[in-house]
Design a binder for this molecule. Sequence first.
Ligand SMILES: [Fe+2]
Ligand SMILES: [Fe+2]
Length: 267
Amino acid sequence: MSDSQARIEAAAERALATTAHLDINDQADAAEDAMAEELGKLASKSVIYTSGEEDPTTAKPFVQPPDRVMLMDEDPRLRKMPANPTLLDFFKYRFRPSQQHLLQSAALAQENGCSEKVVLACLLHDISVVGFIRADHGYWGAQLIEPYVDEEVSWAVRYHQALRFFPDDSVGYEYPEAYVRFFGSDFTPSREMQEAHDYARAHKWYMSSRLVTMNDLYAFDPDKKIDVERFADVIGRNFRQPPQGLGMDNSPSAHMWRTIIAPTRFL
Ligand SMILES: [Fe+2]
Ligand SMILES: [Fe+2]
């Protein structure tokens, strides 16, 4: 842990100790404020303008306090990433604990005898959800990995988003029960998802994307912990790791990896 990280953590702990009588949300707010204060620079959240937390057209203009500069590098509240980060490093340093959903889905695909391309697609199918952005996650995820994987893998990741909504009796894929709980029984997928499904269904790679949905465990087991290292060999053979590191390689999606590394940079 770096010095600044230790200082920031200590500030959060002090804030938690002095607000122990408050409810958990107020405590969390106090800790967040204390960490930001200790950080000494103003950290911004990239998604705040479009997050829906406020109407962006009526948001108050940003005013920089006179005694502060804006954060333009990595946020010391996050763990320091290696200088040339690999895909495995992103799993270890940035992706959410719900990455177990990806690891367990990929393990299931392996147990079901799927090809390495499909196993990799399962491992990465919700990469956007665990590391970047939820809405339209199939498309964001596909774009993120596109420069580094076989075209069929990113294709399968892109279209699993639409295919998840549509049953296919011929392979025994049913509309997920969890989706009735998540979205309600009257939910119908958008026209765009319907069209994407129709397009994907007639495509030569349809089954690769369908296999992603068939190994997509919507209820992952919280007690089963799979280490991403289990897939190091599959990644090594099927993911073209840039030697400079993801984000430093000037690929068409390098900026997306950099945003995951330092998500609170002002610009
Ligand atoms: Fe998904
Ligand atoms: Fe999933």
